[in-house]
Design a protein around this ligand. Structure first.
Ligand SMILES: NC(=O)c1ccc[n+]([C@@H]2O[C@H](COP(=O)([O-])OP(=O)(O)OC[C@H]3O[C@@H](n4cnc5c(N)ncnc54)[C@H](OP(=O)(O)O)[C@@H]3O)[C@@H](O)[C@H]2O)c1
Length: 214
């Protein structure tokens, strides 16, 4: 499968590498086609890795990953052709963090809206599935915890897209908890702050969520 990864940060790099490890082709997108971080990532990751603009990565991908600074989501997506997202699964990993008031960051949207919903509204033809936003990039692929595989919380409006992402997450080493429509991003985005605050207060970043059942 061809995967377009929009984002050159730690998440784009980690997920891009994970898709390559599973045998897929990955094009990493950035504002500039010759972005230096993407260039280094491509050089380190072999023949199935390539780079381009955000628009080129979206065009390339049969599946698309959005891994951009939350505050930049709209400007990034407006550089691409909405037709290049039509009918495709878009894995939406972002958190709408506002760093302008210092640390810890605040969420810039919430309660009645979310980054996940904003992305789905911008790209009505895309099959947006929120995932990966509640764990650090170091544990996104094949997480190894003494308590067994952690759970990825996902949401989205398209049941078939969520089923595909659930299968993918199984390959990535995750259990999946489906929280319903994309509006549940309103709860998943604050949940990222639980992960971040626990890391900041405990001084470690090796934790992940798991739902216990009986
Ligand atoms: N870091 C984590 O472990 C983690 C975990 C879960 C979720 N998340 C979320 O995942 C997303 C990606 O996080 P990250 O840490 O990998 O990277 P990031 O630093 O949050 O974002 C990097 C990407 O955002 C783009 N970008 C930044 N400012 C921009 C602007 N003004 N206009 C257009 N594009 C802009 C960059 O474009 P260029 O490539 O052109 O520079 C780059 O591709 C974020 O929303 C974050 O909250 C992060």
């Amino acid at each position: 499968m061809k995967v377009g990864v929009l984002g050159t940060g730690d998440v784009g790099q980690a997920l891009g590498k994970a898709f390559l490890a599973l045998g897929h082709e990955v094009r990493m997108g950035a504002r500039e086609a010759n972005n230096e971080k993407a260039k280094a990532w491509v050089a380190a990751n072999g023949a199935k890795a390539s780079q381009g603009t955000f628009a080129a990565a979206a065009r390339f991908g049969e599946l698309i990953v959005l891994a951009t600074l939350g505050a930049a989501n709209e400007s990034v997506l407006r550089t691409a052709d909405p037709d290049d997202f039509r009918g495709k699964i878009l894995i939406e990993t972002t958190n709408p963090l506002d760093f302008t008031h210092g640390m810890p960051p605040r969420l810039s949207v919430g309660h009645t809206d979310s980054a996940g919903e904003q992305v789905q509204r911008l790209l009505p033809g895309a099959r947006v599935v929120k995932a990966f936003n509640t764990v650090g990039n170091a544990h996104m692929f094949r997480p190894s915890f003494p308590g067994g595989p952690p759970d990825m919380f996902i949401c989205g409006n398209d049941a078939a897209a969520k089923a595909s992402v659930t299968e993918l997450l199984k390959e990535f080493g995750w259990g999946t908890i489906d929280l319903g429509g994309i509006e549940s991003s309103r709860y998943l985005e604050p949940m990222c702050m639980v992960w971040v605050l626990h890391g900041a207060l405990s001084g470690g970043w090796n934790h992940a969520f798991k739902m216990l059942h009986k």
